[in-house]
Design a protein around this ligand. Structure first.
Ligand SMILES: [Zn+2]
Length: 364
């Protein structure tokens, strides 16, 4: 069964972590043996062959390039905080160039319209060809909008196929503060960005917005919304998860919420890089279904849940459910969801149907 994953940071893995994603996960892990610069060295779980092996035929793939405000360093993540928007834009173009090279090799294909989406889905549903031969489709998204120098550059991004933006990421941002920031609202230019995004029919990714920023964005932005990699605060407390009030607004607006497989978002009080292993804590794949159940209860249906795994989001197996080794384990959810009472029709919606409905509606 085709799977859509609405959040992977493929270009960040290629360029910031120096991973050749054309290789198998095993080969990438072996090349990193002995490296200690990041906690996920040797533990990667995503590569292009692995996506194909798991039947993940379409992903939302990000460009991440941040600006560090004067007087701050790289804020809270391992990613470079550039000292100007122009530098951030140039680094983002490097990531785009990597996606383009993957397209030229037949490894990936960019999806920007309903026609391209329908053609791509037909390719993946055609059982005559082996999945190993099929390009992984990607919808280009910005995680953090710092690299949008000004709105002329937004236009350049759109011409290059950008179809979604999450204005916030970690710490302060030029348009919106994100997770681990002071919790303030949108920056003055953030509201203008949302209006420009609506004009260009870009999807707003609500993930990483602060609570205040979230409610402001919902007031200003009239277009299609999703939360690409997002779990529930009622199940796992913490600012990174959304409250029921936020989830209900997303449901009302027809959004889809991508369930993330980061232990930090699956297990209460999980301390990144400090907590004991997933196995001793009992963190398994099924824990994501608690978040799915919660959203279904709020919605009264299964139309708003899907995958946004984040499985290459600066963590690997050290911060993943113990019963997963790579992204190719996602098809196991067919059995897990069935055992939790989800019908075959529900499972099809979670695997691909809900994202497809939202995209076809957004691009009609
Ligand atoms: Zn993220």
């Amino acid at each position: 069964m085709l799977i859509i994953d609405a959040h992977l940071d493929l270009a960040t893995n290629a360029l910031s972590l120096n991973r050749d994603l054309k290789k198998s996960v095993q080969e990438i892990r072996e090349r990193e043996l002995g490296m200690t610069d990041t906690p996920d060295r040797g533990n990667g779980a995503v590569s292009l062959p692995e996506l194909r092996r798991g039947g993940v035929g379409l992903v939302v793939a990000t460009i991440i390039s941040r600006v560090a405000a004067e007087g701050t360093s790289h804020s809270s993540s391992k990613l470079v905080g550039w000292h100007s928007p122009e530098q951030a834009y140039a680094f983002a173009q490097g990531q785009l160039a990597w996606y383009r090279a993957m397209e030229e090799q037949g490894e990936m294909v960019q999806i920007t319209s309903r026609g391209e989406l329908d053609t791509h889905i037909r390719v993946w549903e055609d059982k005559r060809d082996s999945e190993e031969e099929k390009p992984v489709g990607y919808i280009l998204s910005l995680e953090g909008a710092d690299s949008v120098i000004d709105f002329d550059y937004l236009e350049k991004y759109v011409e290059n196929g950008l179809r979604a933006i999450g204005p916030a990421h970690y710490g302060p941002g030029r348009y919106a503060p994100g997770t681990h920031s002071d919790g303030g609202g949108l920056m003055p230019k953030g509201k203008d960005l949302l209006r420009e995004m609506y004009y260009h029919n870009l999807i707003l990714d609500a993930t990483h917005l602060t609570d205040k920023g979230f409610f402001e964005a919902m007031d200003v932005f009239q277009g299609t919304v999703w939360a690409s990699h997002q779990n529930c605060r009622s199940v796992v407390p913490g600012e990174r998860q959304f409250s029921d009030e936020q989830l209900k607004i997303l449901i009302e607006r027809g959004a889809v919420i991508g369930g993330a497989l980061d232990n930090w978002m699956l297990f209460p009080d999980y301390q990144q890089r400090k907590t004991e292993g997933a196995e001793s804590l009992g963190i398994n794949m099924e824990m994501l279904v608690d978040h799915f159940d919660h959203i279904c209860q709020l919605a009264g249906n299964s139309d708003h849940i899907a995958f946004g795994t984040d499985l290459d989001g600066l963590f690997g197996t050290e911060q993943m459910p113990y019963d997963m080794d790579t992204i190719a384990d996602l098809p196991k959810y067919e059995g897990i969801l069935a055992s939790r009472g989800y019908s075959p029709a529900d499972i099809e919606k979670i695997f691909s149907g809900n994202w497809l409905r939202l995209l076809r509606e957004a691009w009609r």
